[in-house]
Design a protein around this ligand. Structure first.
Ligand SMILES: NC(=O)C1=CN([C@@H]2O[C@H](COP(=O)(O)OP(=O)(O)OC[C@H]3O[C@@H](n4cnc5c(N)ncnc54)[C@H](O)[C@@H]3O)[C@@H](O)[C@H]2O)C=CC1
Ligand SMILES: CC(=O)C(=O)O
Ligand SMILES: [Mg+2]
Length: 666
């Protein structure tokens, strides 16, 4: 059998490895074609009923519920020659499609201009002289022949020339619409610079303004008014057999609350990272928003709001809608993994429990749980506080807070603590103070497991009081509330760790997103702990440098964000053909991530790999998740495949994963 958790990627010499199943030459050509011009180029103005029947084609779902220009869409659909899609099929565990004869024919038959307009075909100024002739491109692009690197250089210059992050985002979004490979090459090669633009924090601002910024559809927009058409809408997605969808109902987007259909930006952003951070082919990803109305008065009053103009439906109706959605997914895309994202607390827990035997997971509960556990494992060894003496205070007892506490609790039970002893390490605080059994309010179901009974009837209403009482070694923030880790709170945390006089270090994780919701900043954390803090935040902070006399010290923050987990967890589940995502697979993603640091990162005192290495980490996470799926009996891969890989240890499996992933190069 494979070893259980082997964290580091061994070096690969692919020439010596077995070629398991389909050979890479068939698979690694990412330039599959499946034009999606309905997605890339539709615009505004006509009636909803017309969406249902243009020339017998289905188009509902591509646009938000606002009006669209059907005639323009129809013309564009003709242009896109969607019929050439016939004959395409997903290949090889659903990640990368073969570049088939039909693709060549479709691309050859397309007019030159159409080739340039199709993001999956377009190579910009990198078309070779032969391609320019065979594809009728001569004269349609400047004469110069450029490499992908040169095109990336131009794009980076354009991004740097824009002054606001929203403008940079819009530039990137347009690039994605024009040239898929260029966008992803750019993202992969500049992930530290660009991830904050396509993901948190900028995506938070994008979601707040999504209806104003909207220029083109990029997702499936399924409204509660379309309950009988969910399967049809899913079939309308132009790319065959998506492997992964991220679905939200927009009810709790990052720490920004209920944004309604505008929350679709988070599905789009997360899926860009499935490709950028794990290499799932862009045509295999499907962003979805379920429009159930919104409680957001600002959106409801906004004349440009793209969602349903009605109050959010009741939890019961939302549940029925979710049942219908999950049933439709099973019918239309039975192999697709569903990632639940940014559902408000009760629904997040309810849906995870309800569909746990399906192919799905909840990113906020499980992905966050795993990423924080991974960081915590590293932090504990840096802190100097023995593992048995650790005590954790959580500010925030919602889906992320409880999800993380449960995952860390699992760490302790796996180390031999009884359930009760493990549970006793956690003190959860919400808006009413320390969560206790006798607090006198009706505790939400998800909090009950961590409700304290050792408070002797005393209720602790402020974080300061809790810290004074608990003397924690770690403070985790998942409140979506800026600044709740005040100077007195952080100094009290340091004091409780310092009491030993052994130079121990406090663990402080202000994890709320976006930056405007962070419980404290990195600079504050460094200043208030005299540089001793072990720090991770949900959104990225810059390194912080201090100067004392001639002495300059630079401190490096960590980004404790589920982006280190969900891409690899999803990739592993898909590649293993897992029939569901087990708790052990989630735990394994944490354990394997915690072992991914290289020597430089360890020397820098980091607890996560640098974000530039997120793709390396995703491969390791995916590999360990695959192996765990097999151990749990949920991998549908043939046994012979596993046996062959096992003969080569992790080397063959790692090499195989690397061959499956999308890594655009021309
Ligand atoms: N870093 C990461 O990877 C992740 C970060 N998050 C962030 O965590 C935050 C919370 O997300 P969820 O748990 O899903 O939200 P939630 O709404 O389920 O929970 C929020 C919790 O914070 C508590 N709270 C709010 N204000 C408070 C205050 N002033 N004092 C004490 N408690 C307070 C609430 O009572 C509730 O228990 C969001 O900002 C989200 O962006 C969520 C998932 C992943
Ligand atoms: C990162 C994430 O999933 C959140 O803030 O909700
Ligand atoms: Mg989330």
């Amino acid at each position: 059998m494979f070893p259980q958790e082997t964290p580091q990627c061994p070096p690969i010499s692919s020439s010596t490895l077995p070629q398991v199943h389909n050979s890479s030459s068939e698979l690694s050509t990412p330039r599959s074609t499946s034009p999606s011009s309905t997605l890339s180029r539709s615009s505004t103005a006509t009636s909803i009923s017309k969406r249902m029947s243009i020339s017998g084609r289905r188009i509902s779902g591509f646009n938000p519920m606002a009006a669209v220009d059907i005639d323009a869409i129809e013309a564009q659909m003709k242009m896109a020659a969607l019929d050439t899609l016939k004959g395409y099929s997903a290949e090889h565990y659903g990640i990368v499609k073969q570049y088939r004869e039909t693709d060549y024919i479709a691309e050859r038959n397309a007019g030159g201009y159409q080739v340039l307009r199709e993001p999956a075909w377009n190579k910009g100024t990198s078309f070779s002289p032969d391609e320019r002739v065979s594809k009728n491109l001569t004269g349609l692009i400047p004469h110069v022949l450029e490499s992908l690197e040169t095109q990336c250089m131009r794009a980076m210059r354009m991004i740097n020339s824009r002054s606001t992050n929203i403008d940079k985002y819009l530039y990137l979004s347009t690039l994605k619409q024009n040239n898929t490979d260029l966008f992803y090459r750019l993202l992969i090669d500049n992930v530290a610079t660009l991830m904050p633009l396509v993901y948190t924090p900028t995506i938070g601002d994008v979601c707040l303004q999504y209806s104003t910024l909207y220029t083109h559809p990029e997702a499936l927009y399924i409204s509660i008014k379309q309950r009988k058409s969910i399967a049809t809408i899913l079939r309308n997605w132009p790319y065959p057999e998506p492997s992964i969808c991220v679905v939200t109902d927009g009810s709790r987007i990052l720490g920004l609350g209920d944004l309604g259909v505008n929350g679709v930006g988070i599905s789009i952003g997360k899926l860009a990272l499935y490709t950028g951070a794990a290499g799932i082919h862009p045509q295999k990803t499907l962003p979805i928003v379920l429009d159930c109305g919104t409680a957001n008065e600002h959106n409801l009053r906004d004349p440009l709001y793209l969602g349903l103009r009605q109050k959010r439906v009741s939890p019961q109706v939302a549940l029925e809608f979710m049942d219908e959605f999950m049933a439709a997914v099973k019918e239309v895309y039975p192999n697709m993994l569903v990632q639940f994202e940014d559902f408000e607390t009760e629904k997040a827990f309810q849906y995870l429990e309800r569909y746990k035997m399906e192919k799905c997971f909840n990113d906020d509960i499980q992905g966050t749980g795993a990423v924080v556990l991974a960081g915590y494992m590293g932090a504990v060894s840096l802190s100097g506080v023995p593992i048995e003496d650790q005590k954790l205070v959580f500010m925030g007892a919602g889906s992320a807070g409880v999800g993380v506490a449960k995952q860390v609790m699992e760490f302790y039970t796996r180390r031999g603590l009884s359930e009760q002893a493990a549970r006793d390490k956690f003190y959860l605080v919400d808006t009413r103070g320390l969560v206790t059994k006798d607090r006198g309010d009706k505790l939400a179901e998800h909090k009950k497991i961590f409700a304290r009974t050792d408070n002797n009837g005393h209720q602790f209403t402020t974080l300061e009081e809790v810290i004074e009482y608990v003397k924690p070694t770690a403070l985790i923030g998942l409140t979506a509330t800026f600044g709740v880790f005040t100077e007195s709170v952080v100094r009290a945390l340091k004091a409780s760790v310092d009491a030993s006089g052994l130079g121990r270090r406090p663990i402080l994780f202000p994890l709320s997103n976006p930056l405007t919701k962070a419980e404290c900043t990195f600079e504050q954390a460094i200043t208030w702990t005299e540089g001793t803090v072990i720090f991770a935040s949900g959104s990225p902070f810059s390194p912080y440098t201090t100067k004392t006399g001639d002495h300059i010290t630079t401190y490096y923050p960590n980004q404790g964000n589920n982006v280190y987990v969900f891409p690899g967890l999803g990739l592993g589940a898909i590649l293993a053909k897992a029939s569901r995502v087990t708790d052990a697979m989630v735990y394994t993603s944490a354990a394997s991530l915690s072992g991914c640091l290289n020597s430089e990162e360890i020397r820098m005192g980091l607890i996560y790999p640098k974000i530039e290495r997120v793709r390396d980490a995703s491969v390791v996470v995916a590999r360990e998740v695959m192996k765990c799926a097999r151990r749990d009996g949920v991998s549908l891969l043939p046994e012979e495949t596993w046996v062959e890989w096992e003969e080569w240890g992790d080397v063959a499996l790692t090499a195989w994963i690397k061959k499956q992933v999308y890594d655009p190069k021309w």
